[in-house]
Write a protein that binds this ligand. Structure first.
Ligand SMILES: Cc1cc2nc3c(=O)[nH]c(=O)nc-3n(C[C@H](O)[C@H](O)[C@H](O)COP(=O)(O)OP(=O)(O)OC[C@H]3O[C@@H](n4cnc5c(N)ncnc54)[C@H](O)[C@@H]3O)c2cc1C
Length: 382
């Protein structure tokens, strides 16, 4: 593979690094102590970023974005995730929103790019997460409308969203082939945020949702009947590669901190950096980070070349999320007691990366899918 990072993307990453230093670092201490970023602070950071041109970076130019592509998105994400608030730039619709028709683009897609609306997505239910074919939230046709009943759980950022990209079955007998996608506005009668679910993450409280005879017009159906699995796959595949990029930023920041700390912390008259036990933790972390980086960049580059990346995204997220778990653990260990404290960001990263062995598909399901691909087995309905 002949692969280099284009110089304009390197320049972009440098300007994102400067944004991180100037705008995000000043709020790091408060974030670590309180475990959250105040909503007003988040909004003002978003505005500041937008003023500096960090907006709709990966959106194709034909839709009014900057057309930086998926590699650009991953590089920017890597840089931003060196901060534990895991702040992201706005104006980028979820990948599934590219399935909107012309009329839906006006109501949902362009308003996201313009910064007027936000979305979140809902697959998971109390009785099913990994197994898409078992989705039981049902959408029943009623003239020009759909009547939706069911429950969703662990839905992230619904509190900040204006609408939900909802996956429901329109044919309960058909397994994953019966799943259809809908755009459901918050405030639609029958749709409620039933309860927040406290988690071990910082500033991340997903919700349980209920749909009780919730009426949604057919005009809000995203894609064709039964196309939900394909749309979800497109979204999840891209999401997995991006999540893998997040792990690179987390791991790089923790390694940088651990290297500095190891050089200055003295025991028995010498910096701990001179001890082989500490050096090996650093070396293993560095090698694993670089290996993950190659998996992520390759997947992103392939996506920009228009190549399918389903398997590459599984591999990148599987390896990078497990890598980040090991690296944050080692770096916390190098810091000793201080690593466990809220004075340094490592404990926050350590807790937060845990979710990525679960969300967007668990490590076990990723391994299963990679093996199925190797064995030439169908990737649908086990
Ligand atoms: C903080 C957080 C945020 C989330 N945000 C969202 C969101 O915004 N939208 C959304 O839709 N969902 C969201 N989720 C849900 C997440 O995607 C699911 O938790 C995940 O897909 C796993 O599903 P599950 O929890 O039902 O686990 P299960 O599917 O019940 O799996 C339980 C365990 O069994 C293993 N397992 C299951 N089947 C197999 C198998 N066939 N072979 C081997 N092992 C297997 C799994 O790997 C796992 O270890 C979020 C979850 C968390 C924790």
């Amino acid at each position: 593979m002949d692969f280099t990072i284009p110089s304009e993307l390197k320049d972009l990453v440098e300007s994102v690094r400067q944004f991180r230093e100037k705008a995000l670092m000043p709020v790091e201490h408060d974030f670590l102590i309180n475990g959250k970023l105040d909503l007003d602070v988040r909004k003002s950071l978003e505005n500041k970023a937008r003023e500096q041109g960090f907006w709709a970076l990966d959106v194709p130019e034909e839709f009014g974005g900057q057309g930086l592509g998926f590699l650009g998105k991953c590089l920017v994400t890597e840089e931003l995730y060196k901060h534990p608030a895991m702040f992201e730039f706005g104006g980028s619709p979820e990948s599934s929103m590219y399935y909107t028709n012309e009329e839906q683009k006006q109501r949902y897609f362009f308003p996201i790019i313009e910064g007027k609306r936000k979305s979140c997505y809902a697959f998971t239910e109390p009785d099913t997460g990994s197994d898409f074919a078992r989705i039981r939230t049902v959408a029943r046709r009623d003239g020009d409308n759909w009547v939706i009943n069911g429950r969703k759980t662990f839905i992230s950022h619904v509190d900040r969203a204006d609408f939900v990209i909802l996956y429901a079955t329109t044919d309960p007998e058909a397994g994953s082939r019966g799943v259809t996608c809908f755009l459901v506005d918050k405030g639609t009668p029958g749709f409620e945020l039933s309860r927040p679910i406290p988690t071990m993450g910082d500033d991340w409280e997903p919700y349980e949702l209920t749909f009780n005879d919730c009426v949604v017009p057919d005009a809000n159906r995203l894609g064709e009947l039964g196309q939900g699995w394909e749309i979800a796959n497109f979204q999840l595949t891209r999401g997995r590669a991006k999540i893998a990029a997040c792990q690179l930023g987390v791991a790089q920041r923790c390694i940088d901190l651990a290297v500095e700390w190891a050089k200055q912390r003295v025991t028995w008259g010498k910096p701990i950096a001179t001890r082989q036990a500490v050096q090996w933790m650093l070396a293993d972390s560095e090698v694993e980070l670089e290996a993950a980086r190659m998996l992520v960049y390759r997947a992103a580059w392939m996506a920009d070349e228009g190549l399918p990346i389903r398997n590459e995204a599984f591999a990148a997220k599987l390896y990078a999320s497990e890598m980040a778990q090991r690296v944050t653990d080692r770096c916390l260990q190098i810091f000793g007691g201080l690593g466990y404290s809220r004075e340094v960001p490592i404990q926050s990263f350590y807790r937060q990366v845990r979710v990525w062995r679960i969300g967007h598909g668990t490590s076990e399901i990723h391994r299963w899918m990679i093996a199925r691909n190797m064995l030439g087995l169908s990737s649908r309905d086990a």
